[in-house]
Design a protein around this ligand. Sequence first.
Ligand code: WQD
Length: 346
Amino acid sequence: MRVLVTGGAGYIGSHTLIELMAQGHAVCVLDNYKNATPAVLQRVRALSNGTMTDYAGDVRDGAMLDKVMTTFKPDAVVHFAGLKAVGESAEKPLDYYDVNVGGTLAVLQAMDRAGCRRIIFSSSATVYGEPVYLPYDEDHPTRPTSVYGQTKLAAEHILTGWTKANPDAAAVILRYFNPVGAHHSARIGEDPRDTPNNLMPFIAQVAIGKRDALTIFGDDYDTPDGTGLRDYIHVVDLARAHVAALDYAARTNGAGIFNIGTGQSYSVRDMVSAFSRACGRDIAVKVASRRAGDIAAMQADASRARHAMGWTATHTLEDMTASTWAWQSANPNGYQTETDTSKITP
Ligand code: WQD
């Protein structure tokens, strides 16, 4: 298939490009490089034999989308482009609605103009909110507690409405749990611009000596060791879920919602121990109070994705930590070329 990938230079997008090309799909990237660098695409090209074109542009720009649609003529769109920081979404709610909801609307409108009828959408397990039961299945109530989560849920509703109005259309909504890890080549990985919000890149920066210690946000949760439990999923498994979703969208119409996780959960302390084993170094930690908005535990029931799309996660916790460490140690400053590893002042 010919696949337009919005946000293709980002962390999950870049890994997905590699898996799509490995399966013979031709890809075209549209990215505004607001939270990514074009250097990613050079590395993706070096790792793939497939066909890839790219455009610098914003998903809210209808004229740009029309240009890409008429030139590339995609059979399907994988729509990653969006803003993803939970804390920031409370400070800039209009930006989050504009990019995440407005961007999705603009992509669908351009698809309508071009007659493109298949879309895969990056959603998040955060749409569920406080668990009523665990593991979450896709029928769990959706009550997101952040603006970020609300924008993802609003975009899901738009996609569902679009498929109802267009019986020949397919939208596959993937609710990601906690993506971690890096490509086995150690050439692409997660490269946060500022202080990492997420656990794994923060631990990796402590291991490489850029930060003194990990702050554990609360060890008084009702969990076995008191720290938060999450369903961490290797980014390559997640990337492959998009390939499976495209195959599924090619043979089904309507909207499908799928959890993308492993079905297992690990605590913050489990992640620190596993990372320490992977890098052979101690990871300094200090315990602070809970982070506002965090919940004690999250875990996916990923059986629907297995039954309907034939997708299942195969990477282990060791794969997640070892690949993160390989990426972090080979690229101490991410995609920046210089090799200065001096400490970042918080
Ligand atoms: C994991 C665990 C923290 C950092 C968020 C978004 C979600 C998705 C993924 C999407 C929790 C603890 C973390 C630190 C810590 N984003 N932690 N110290 O919060 O599950 O999910 O990212 O696009 O929508 O909500 O992920 O990696 O931030 O936290 O103790 O410095 O690690 O409290 O228990 P989270 P996370």
